[in-house]
Design a protein around this ligand. Sequence first.
Ligand SMILES: [Zn+2]
Length: 450
Amino acid sequence: MVQIKPLLLSLTLAQVASFVSAAASTTNGQDYWQSFKSNINPLNVTLPKITQTVSINPTQECTYYDPDTALFNIDPTEWPSIWEVATTNGMNTSAEFTALYNSIDWTKAPNIPVRTLTSSGSLDFTGYDANTDPDCWWSSSVCTVPKIADVNPDIYYCPEPETWGLTYDDGPNCSHNAFYDYLEEQKLTASMFYIGSNVVDWPYGAMRGVKDGHHIASHTWSHPMVTTLTNQEVLAEFYYTQKAIKLITGLTPRYWRPPYGDVDDRVRWIASQLGLTAIIWNLDTDDWAAGVTTTVAAVEESYTDFITMGKNGTFANSGNIVLTHEINNETMSLALQNLPAIRQNYQHVINVATCQNITYPYFENTVSFQSFSEYLGLNTTSSASSSASSSASSVASSIPISAASGSSPSSGVASKVSSLSSTSSSTSGAVKLSPAYIGLALVAVAGLLI
Ligand SMILES: [Zn+2]
């Protein structure tokens, strides 16, 4: 029988503050977060008492509320336009953004072109060689290991066997209390990738995420195909989302997820200037498309396939990170419906920070996450992290999963699974000192639909 251990998240005072300050001052751009303001103590979040929607009935989506101005005052003149690229509303010329932009040595930025869209709105791959993939462009080749130096490599799987890396994109929102209630009851924590525009629109949703101990990360300001933006626009998408998440939650993320997985080495380089590392996935449920561009039944089938992989040996040597969404009540209903079976078929269902031994997923040192060993309830002394690391280091087997070589994300080939072979290693020191921690991995590239 699979034994599911309760997932307990520790929110503790950091014992070694110097780790964070060392990491934060490594490059010129990375002190930016220290000027952000927030009245929120992430260790003691009190949600204002307002009536929020608790149904997951699709006909009862959001009801607007006015946030309590004693908690935060969101002046629209100080923010990019909601759901528009983050340079809008004059934000590209604000004093703070100009100072940040000028603190970065753009002569070192990779000379990679800004991508374009076709007339139908999809990425234009014309002229790009997916086989040589010079720019490690995920959308073209599912590349996750940068081809230039000094860039944070992507995280895309959990190193521990039979582990489901739980992630939800596109929040926060105002009608998702039933979903968060369920996760809380089940003692599950996920990595939540929040859109900056949504954080400003629905701040109590973001506060709920922190209060419940979820791992909060960035999902850009306006959810663009990031490789189609200029350097300045990419920087603004990151910067104002960081600022918004800090204002509302008291925390500044070290991790982000590119919308549609659209990232290349130019975008990675800009993210790295802000100390941000991308978290991708190796399984995609396509849940956002249920009832939109595909059937609910098709998404349910993907869930079933991925759940089966928990026990059929697919993840005998390492785990997954699964792309799912809190975007609407359809995706949340699918999550609630499938989580019991996911827990039955996987040894561990956990957020990505814990599965990756990222004990400090934020720039602030006030909040730490459990290492994988701590999560397991093993020795929680200084040997805990190295124990987890040696376990992760043993993961070196090739894990062929439904390879669909040569297909591109836009090809329509029916594979939602990336093939990977991996080796990983880390030390607890590396985890704490570098936001770029990831088990160093070699990817056998295969087709992956997003
Ligand atoms: Zn998204």
